[in-house]
Structures are given as structure tokens and as C-alpha cells.
Design a protein around this ligand. Sequence first.
Ligand code: HEC
Length: 153
Amino acid sequence: MTGLIIIATGGILHAHFAQQVLKTDMTDADQIVGTRKFLMQAVKVSMIDLSKKQKAGHIKDISANGTSIAAIATVMPPLFKDRHPKSYPFKGSKSYFKGAASADFESASEKLRAAGMATMQAAEKADPTELDSGIGALKSSCGSCHATFRGKY
Ligand code: HEC
């Protein structure tokens, strides 16, 4: 089954991805770290999908990617309140959260949310210039947040 999932998604998801759902207990640090990592994975595949649609000229279809990325950005900050260093290294992942002041992480998440919304609106209008700027803002928000708050082993 795992093999099928990996083939179906073009091999981009590692073997540890989505093998089982989390428990309802969000007092457990591993659960919080798992939640934030899987959300980031969803953002990543949405960006890959977005690029494919843009190359194929399916501009209006990019609206769904902007919407889902904005939705994910909206729920990110509470998951990044604590570093949870004991939950790292996390199986199947080479990155970790360095920790952040809440206000800084909220404003970095807000940039991702706003860029997702701008991308969604530009796609709906099929406006290529606005779409380029929305996608540019998405990419720069990933880069600047990662440069500040993400560590790699
Ligand atoms: C507000 C900050 C922030 C933004 C914006 C952000 N990320 Fe992340 N991302 C993080 C942090 C922090 C981690 C490390 C999380 C961890 O290891 O627990 C991470 C980890 C990741 C990972 C690795 C997940 C894993 O399995 O370990 C991927 C992939 C990723 N981000 C993709 C993206 C993409 C693509 C974008 C932009 C479209 C983006 N992120 C925007 C903060 C952000």
C-alpha cells in the first residue's frame, strides 16, 4: 500500500508519510510535531501541483492551491508555540523547528496566508501578472520563514 501511495504521488512523499492518523490527544508533543510536519508536506505538494498547472496554462485551477495554502497558514501558529526538542529527530524528516517568539511566527504565517489569498484571487481573475506576484510572495514566505525558524540535520 505504501508503495502504491509513493508511485501515485510521483515519489515525492517519503515512506513515513501518512501511515496512520494521529490520536486525538494533543497534549503529546510528538502529535504536535507530526501535525506541523504533515501540514508542511501538504503545502509542499500543493506548490508542486501549482507549478504544474501554471506550466500547463491551467491558471484558474490554481485557485484551489491558493485557498488550501491560505487555510493551512491560518492554523499554523498554535502548532509552533513550543520547540518540543525531545520529539526530534522525527522519523523520516531531516528538519526541526528552532523555536520562535509567538509574534514573529504569527507574522511569518500571516505572510503565507496573505500570499495564498492573493494567489487564489489572481487565479480566479486569470490575471497572469497578479498571479506571478502572488506565487512570488508564496515562495519568498517559505524561504524567509525557513531561513529563520527551520533547522536541518
Ligand atoms: C511561518 C513559517 C513557515 C512558512 C511560511 C513555511 N514554512 Fe515550511 N516549515 C517551517 C518550519 C518551522 C519547519 C520545520 C518544522 C519541523 O521540523 O518540525 C518547516 C518545514 C517544512 C518542510 C519539511 C517538513 C518535514 O516533513 O519535516 C517542508 C517540505 C516545508 N516546510 C515546505 C514549505 C513550503 C513549500 C512553504 C511555502 C509555500 C513553507 N514551508 C512555508 C515553517 C514555515
